[in-house]
Design a protein around this ligand. Structure first.
Ligand code: PLP
Length: 384
């Protein structure tokens, strides 16, 4: 799909036409579970029951599809509900899914603890190593190649276009979890991916007040299967959540610019600090994925992680030592958060090939004044 308007314009206007009934500039929240029928089967605007369709949810679905340059958007009650629908739409018992060795812990848990017992084979690979990907795909039974880039929490960068070519040659659907970049910074469908998934809980919502998930694709058949699961399994996004997400998205473009600028400044600050062994941020020239990221992203985003000197105890002191960076799960909100992935977001992958080292601390850099964020980090690092 070729956009006729710029990204920021689409973010504000796609799916957001004024309410035809009242002229309200902001489309209302249709907080209703059901819709009147004038005679049996005679609906006024095609709406029947909110699990199959609600105008507020559909407004969000159109908005996000326009941002990802896809033709279908499908909204769910959480990012994991969206992932579950995608995986169940595409996979059958005996099929293989290949995924990177650094992904959100809950994605691995869904595959390993729910889909594997149903007969799906799960193979973890180093997605930044093309020969490892080729040999994983060689068996010919891979139906899904699952890509998360930048990855959570080590910020690995995978080449979406190259993986799309490899996946398609092997007969697999290529799915990209675009949560960390958001469509403001990266549009995987334009690079050859088939499906994009989001935890809308993060940058799309942007204010840490919503749990939601989105799927976008331009494949009509796949969209129909996922939409059927949305309706038949029922993990739909509620109207209030859909409305808050549409509101958040209207500032996505400016937020992502500020998140990226603040994170870049903090990455440089941390890279020069003696307590830090390594900074994982694709905007740094020394990052192994820097060149690919510069090619496929418009900016490098607000997420970064560090490996600290002094092991787990130093990492815990840092994670518990900040004042402005709040110690909490999640990411992508306007406020800065700090996390200790091995015991928090990635506790479920302890002991698996996806286990996160215990000397890693993750930052979701918010859009506060960067000098205040840097002062907070300085005081926390001084106490390590
Ligand atoms: N994908 C990524 C990259 C995430 O970080 C998360 C949650 O942290 C999810 C998916 C799952 O989203 P949700 O928590 O909205 O279910």
């Amino acid at each position: 799909m070729t956009p006729t308007q710029g990204f920021a314009t689409r973010a504000i206007h796609a799916g957001q036409a004024p309410d035809p009934a009242t002229g309200a500039v902001i489309p209302p929240i249709y907080q209703t579970s059901t819709f009147v029928q004038d005679a049996v089967g005679s609906m006024r605007s095609g709406y029947e029951y909110a699990r199959s369709g609600n105008p507020t949810r559909i407004a969000l679905e159109q908005q996000v599809a326009a941002l990802e340059l896809g033709t279908h958007g499908i909204a769910f009650a959480s990012g994991l509900a969206a992932e579950d629908a995608v995986l169940r739409a595409l996979l059958h018992p005996g099929d293989r899914v290949v995924l990177g060795n650094d992904v959100y812990g809950g994605t691995h848990r869904l595959l390993d603890r729910i889909l594997r017992p149903w007969g799906v084979r799960v193979q973890v690979v180093e997605l930044t190593d093309p020969s490892a990907v080729d040999s994983a795909l060689a068996a010919g039974d891979t139906r899904v190649l699952w890509v998360e880039t930048p990855s959570n929490p080590l910020m690995k960068i995978s080449d979406i276009a190259a993986l799309a070519r490899a996946g398609h040659a092997a007969g697999a659907h290529v799915v990209v979890d675009n949560t960390f970049a958001s469509p403001a910074l990266q549009q995987p469908l334009t690079l050859g991916a088939d499906i994009v998934v989001h935890s809308a809980t993060k940058y799309l919502g942007g204010h840490s007040d919503v749990l939601g998930g989105l799927v976008v694709t331009s494949d009509d058949t796949v969209a129909e299967q996922i939409r059927f699961l949305q309706f038949a399994a029922g993990g739909v996004l509620a109207p209030m959540e859909a409305w808050l997400t549409t509101r958040g998205i209207k500032t996505l473009d400016v937020r992502m610019q500020r998140h990226s600028a603040n994170a870049a400044a903090i990455a440089l600050q941390l890279a020069g600090h003696p307590a830090i062994a390594r900074v994982h941020y694709p905007g740094l020239a020394a990052h192994p994925g820097h060149e690919i990221a510069a090619r496929q992203m418009h900016a490098f985003g607000g997420m970064l992680s560090v490996t600290v000197h002094g092991g787990a105890s130093a990492a815990l002191r840092l994670a518990e030592g900040t004042r402005l960076f709040t110690l909490a799960e999640s990411l992508g909100g306007v406020e800065s958060l700090i996390g200790y992935p091995s015991e928090m977001t990635h506790a479920s992958v302890k002991g698996t090939p996806l286990a996160v080292p215990d000397d890693v601390v993750r930052f979701s850099v918010g859009i506060e004044d960067v000098a205040d964020l840097q002062a907070d980090l300085d005081q926390a690092l001084a106490r390590l």
